[in-house]
Design a protein around this ligand. Sequence first.
Ligand code: NAD
Ligand code: LMR
Length: 329
Amino acid sequence: MVKAVVAGASGGIGQPLSLLLKLSPYIDELALYDVVNSPGVAADLSHISTKAKVTGYLPADDGLKAALTGADVVVIPAGIPRKPGMTRDDLFNINAGIVRDLITGIALYAPSAFILIISNPVNSTVPIAAEVLKKHGVFDPKKLFGVTTLDVVRSETFTAAVVGKPDPSVFKIPVVGGHSGDTIVPLLSLSEPAVEITDSDRDVLVHRIQFGGDEVVQAKEGKGSATLSMAHAGFRFVESILKAVAGETGVVENTFVYLSGIPGGDAVKSVTPGLDFFSVPVELGPSGAVKITNVLTGVSEYEKGLLEVAYTGLAANIKKGVDFIVGTP
Ligand code: NAD
Ligand code: LMR
C-alpha cells in the first residue's frame, strides 16, 4: 500500500499534480495538505473512479500530523511563486520558513518517507530540509530530492524544437548543477541521441533551458510561474520513485541531492569546489538513491565554463539554506 502526500496541494502546481497522482496506478492513498482549500480539492478529486483514496487536511486539528502519518512519499510544492522581475532567491524569505516547518512535520510523523522538494529556491530549500532532518536525527540522503525535472523536460522539448525532431521524449540529456538561471547546466554534449548544432544555436538553446522559467513568469504577467509543466515534471519524478520502489530497475532521474550520502556522490563532489548538493543523474531503487553517475568528467570545454559559473552561484545558495537552520557563525 503506497501513501503519497502533497503539501501545498491547493496551489497552481498542487492541484494538477494531485490530479495526476490520483490517476497513478502506483498510489493507494493520496493525502492533500494545504493552509487553504485542501478539503475542497480532495472532495473534487475523490469522485474520480481510480483506486487512490483521497483525503484533505488543513493545519487545524493536527492536520499536518494526520496527513503525514504513514506517508511513503511527500511532495512539497508549498510556497509563493515568482512575479516578473523576481529571482527565485527573492522567494527565500517566505518559502524558507514554510519548508522548514513542513520538513519538521515530516521528521516527526513520516521520517522514512521519500521527500521531494519543489518549493523555490530549490538550491536553498533542499539544504534547509537536510539540516532540519539532521537536527532530528532522521536525515537519509538517499530519500531527499530537489525536483529539477522541469529543467530536463525543458531541455528535451527545446532541443527537439531546435533540431527539428517531432518527438522530444527521444532525448536523454543530463541537466546538472542547481535550479536557477546559470546554476542550471544542460550537458548537450552528452545528449543521446547526439545534438549537432552550430555554436551560436547551442548558446541560444542553453540560455533558453537555463531561463525557461522566466519565459513562463513573463507570459503569466504577475499571475505566477510554471504550474502545469511543473505538475507534469513532478509527477514524472514521483512515478520514477514509485516504479523503483515497485522493483523496476534502471530508473534514472536528474535531481538535486546531498552528494556524500549516495554512492558515486563523492566523485562528483571532488570535481566541484566541494559542493555538498548538486543535481546529477541518480539511479533509483526500492530504498531511494542507489548510485550517482559522474557525468562531470566527460563534458566539453564550453560546458566546463558553464559549470564554473554554476559552482559560484550554488555555493552561495547552499550556504544561505544551511545558515538559515544552523545559524551564521
Ligand atoms: P501557488 O501560490 O499557486 O501555490 C502554493 C500553495 O502553497 C498555495 O495553495 C498555498 O496555500 C500553499 N501554502 C503556503 N504555505 C503553506 C504551508 N505552510 N503549508 C502548506 N501549504 C502552504 O504557487 P505554485 O505556482 O504552485 O508554486 C509553488 C512553489 O513551487 C513556488 O515556490 C514556485 O517557485 C515553485 N516552483 C518550483 C519549480 C521547480 O522546478 N522546482 C517549478 C515551478 C514552481
Ligand atoms: C521554473 O523553473 O519554472 C520554476 O522554478 C518557477 C520559476 O520561478 O521560474
